[in-house]
Design a protein around this ligand. Structure first.
Ligand code: PFF
Length: 439
């Protein structure tokens, strides 16, 4: 009904396009900065390996079995397993979380878009940390400007989703992703040559346990879900368009590794620049990318060009992810046969756009949407998906969808999905939330 990816690599690139986004380039560096660096990065990497990648396989598997939107795929596998219809709730929560994320995601993407122009026009030439901070606060204080770029970004996303799986999403994979990799490598080179690369390395990889709190652990887990686009049906929807005989295991490991490598490279480009510029600190918060980097670019030869390129990169990465935030709901509306693809895309983009308007006007809305989705809804979604695939789906079905007949790693994966991932997620959620709200 929706189309199929042209081949395995289109799926890999589309899923990587979903995974690699603001999470890698904007969020990962600043939460690492706020949570003290090394120890946080290690916990994050552990979460990716023992929770993220295994759960991602489980999620894709459900999508491929159901071959429909997350809501209807969940309905299909729930019926097949003879379970209560409440399990379909995983799909519903996912569609809702997607729209909620889009509501703040497109605002930040709008900032990046606007920075393409400010950097391109040379507004940051020669600025210091204070001036760059003032320019960023100026943007945050200018609701009309934010509204304008937020709307442009929403329209860009709408255009791709409305064009469908083959022409829209597949094109993103083939054109935008290679561009993104090339630009990222160029910027890494810049960080190495011009920044304080050793200080950046120490900050990212020195293991300082005393800097890490329970809240930090919860943030790391939440971020593992966020950065891999997990727990909300985006990857499930993409899995539904996967060709029949592609190995889920190998494919997903590739996506997980690509996403992690991009986050680390972004960190290795950004932190050396921060440490190489006097007066900048890594614990800057959400403004890190919009304050520290412009300072660096504003003070280097060719900075205008590289800076513009950087914000182009961020916008493109955000664009290919935003598409997957809307797709689960759009696929579901199309299946209901009451809307065309174009109509469904317009309806859902409009919903998310309205949420974005609210987050522009109240920062409380922005923070709440971010916290609710990445620290509660995505981990919960992932927890239920792991329980569903690990305990409730028939083993024979799981094995055949994984295409893993007799593969030794299959049993290890199933063990992780049954015991390790759900227990870890449940523990971190309970302790993390307890500490956050009661302790
Ligand atoms: N993975 C994206 C990022 O790291 O920016 C964000 C995201 C996209 C989260 C799609 C969830 C999702 F379903």
């Amino acid at each position: 009904m929706h189309g199929v990816w042209a081949n395995r690599w289109t799926f890999i690139l589309a899923a990587t396009g979903s995974a690699v986004g603001l999470g890698n380039i904007w969020k990962f560096p600043y939460i690492t900065g706020e949570n003290g660096g090394g120890a946080f990065v290690l916990v994050y990497l552990l979460c990716i390996a023992v929770v993220g990648i295994p759960v991602m396989m489980a999620e894709v598997l459900i999508g491929r079995r159901g071959r429909m939107s997350p809501i209807n795929s969940m309905r299909y596998v729930t019926r097949e397993a003879g379970l209560h219809g409440a399990w379909t709730g995983i799909g519903w929560m996912g569609v809702l979380a997607g729209l909620m994320i889009m509501a703040f995601y497109s605002v930040v993407a709008g900032w990046a878009l606007s920075y393409i122009f400010s950097t391109g026009a040379g507004m940051f030439a020669g600025v210091d940390g204070e001036n760059a901070g003032a320019l960023f606060s100026g943007l945050l204080g200018n609701s009309e400007k934010q509204l304008f770029f937020h709307s442009i970004f929403s329209l860009m996303t709408l255009a791709i989703v409305a064009a469908g799986v083959t022409r829209g999403l597949g094109m993103v994979a083939r054109v935008l992703m290679p561009f993104l990799f090339v630009v990222l490598i160029i910027l890494l080179g810049y960080g190495i040559v011009k920044g304080d690369f050793v200080a950046g390395l120490h900050f990212l990889f020195d293991f300082k346990l005393d800097k890490l709190s329970w809240d930090g652990v919860l943030i790391a887990l939440g971020h593992a879900f966020f950065t891999l686009s997990l727990g909300m049906g985006a990857i499930m929807a993409y899995g539904a368009y996967m060709p029949d005989h592609a190995s889920v295991g190998r494919t997903i490991i590739t996506v997980g590794i690509l996403d992690t490598v991009v986050a680390l490279i972004a960190g290795l480009a950004i932190f050396p620049i921060v440490f190489g510029s006097p007066g900048l600190v890594p614990g800057e918060g959400p403004g890190l990318m919009f304050v520290s980097l412009p300072v660096a670019f504003g003070n280097m030869a060719g900075g205008q060009l590289f800076g513009t390129l950087f914000f182009l990169l961020v916008s493109v990465a955000a664009w290919s992810s935003a598409v997957s935030l809307i797709e689960p709901g759009v696929a579901w509306l199309v299946e209901s046969k009451k809307f065309s693809r174009v109509g469904s895309s317009i309806v859902l983009t409009l919903f998310a756009w309205l949420g974005g308007v609210a987050s522009i006007y109240t920062s409380f809305m922005f923070d709440t949407l971010d916290m609710l989705t990445s620290q509660i809804m995505l981990p919960l979604g992932g927890l239920f998906i792991a329980i569903f695939v690990g305990w409730l789906m028939r083993r024979a079905i799981v094995c055949s969808e994984m295409d893993a007949e007799g593969h030794p790693l299959f049993d290890i994966w199933l063990f992780i999905v049954r015991y390790i991932s759900p227990i870890l997620v449940a523990l971190v959620l309970v302790f993390g939330l307890y500490k956050k709200f009661a302790g």
